[in-house]
Design a protein around this ligand. Structure first.
Ligand code: NAI
Length: 254
């Protein structure tokens, strides 16, 4: 569907499971070579097999996105292996525990913001430098509906995602004339291991309550987010930058 992705180079962080895995495989199916990064190497290997089964080429890197050195190495490896970077999907993130604002510890703040916000900026910083070298590119940050609205007992996560939306807009302004488009995708609740770990999909009552928050009455799938990421990567979205694309089954329309 997006011919121009064929032979190009994409990078997906948090590619071991969920949205990242499906996005990496979708890039490979479109013919792009893909660097897949995550801290979970075991699951990352499964993603690599899925890419290869789809006839694609992947490069696996164990990268903690909150570590500046590891992020630099991730980009270096990509450029060494593939020679350029055209698309980057900054997707790695954690949910954190659910509790009220005053009950979080400083350590929890540092960890969550360190991965979900600082980590995304560290990746963007290196990706932008690489893309400037090859005349442009497209960066897609996976934020959340909680980058646009609040949610009880998730203040740190909500703050990290609002921060990411701000980072996306400011960076988009700065690099627009250098042919780097920078956008955010804001998913509603998506059926991934993150929701399972949070006890949302493992408990039928909780699942039903969360489904009911979406106008469409269901959770989204990782493929529905991957589709948005591929569109934002492709030339079909050539006049779109600094945008926050809600893919939320109507959650925020209420
Ligand atoms: P997931 O838990 O399946 O995937 C997240 C991946 O990020 C995991 O493979 C994990 O190992 C990796 N990761 C965590 N910390 C890392 C670090 N420091 N360095 C590198 N990788 C790291 O979760 P899911 O749902 O696929 O989430 C992907 C992104 O989508 C996250 O940024 C999340 O906040 C966002 N999102 C998810 C929603 C959902 O309902 N599942 C809704 C809105 C946004």
């Amino acid at each position: 569907m997006y011919d121009e992705l064929n032979g190009r180079v994409a990078l997906v962080t948090g590619a071991a499971t969920g949205i990242g895995r499906h996005t990496a495989v979708a890039f490979a199916q479109a013919g792009a070579r893909v660097t897949i990064a995550d801290v979970n190497v075991e699951k990352l290997k499964e993603t690599l097999s899925m890419i290869e089964d789809a006839g694609g080429t992947g490069l696996l890197t164990r990268t903690d996105v909150s570590d500046p050195k590891q992020v630099e190495e991730m980009i270096e490896k990509t450029l060494e292996e593939f020679g350029q970077l055209n698309y980057a999907c900054n997707n790695a993130g954690i949910g954190g525990e659910m509790k009220r604002t005053a009950d979080f510890s400083v350590e929890e703040w540092d960890r969550l913001i360190g991965i979900n916000l600082k980590g995304q900026w560290l990746c963007m910083k290196q990706e932008i430098l690489a893309m400037l070298e090859n005349g442009g590119g497209s960066i897609i940050n996976v934020a959340s509906i909680l980058g646009t609205v609040g949610f009880d007992q998730a203040a740190l996560y909500t703050a990290s995602k609002h921060g990411l939306v701000g980072l996306t807009k400011a960076a988009a302004l700065e690099y627009a004339e250098e042919n780097i488009r920078i956008n955010a995708v804001c998913p509603g609740f998506i059926d991934t291991p993150m929701l399972e770990q949070a006890g949302i999909t493992s408990d039928p009552e909780t699942r039903q309550a969360i489904e009911g928050l979406h106008a469409m009455g269901r959770l989204g799938s990782s493929d529905e987010i991957a589709d948005a990421v591929l569109w934002l990567s492709s030339n079909r979205s050539s006049f779109v930058t600094g945008h926050t694309l809600l893919v939320d089954g109507g959650y925020t329309a209420r």
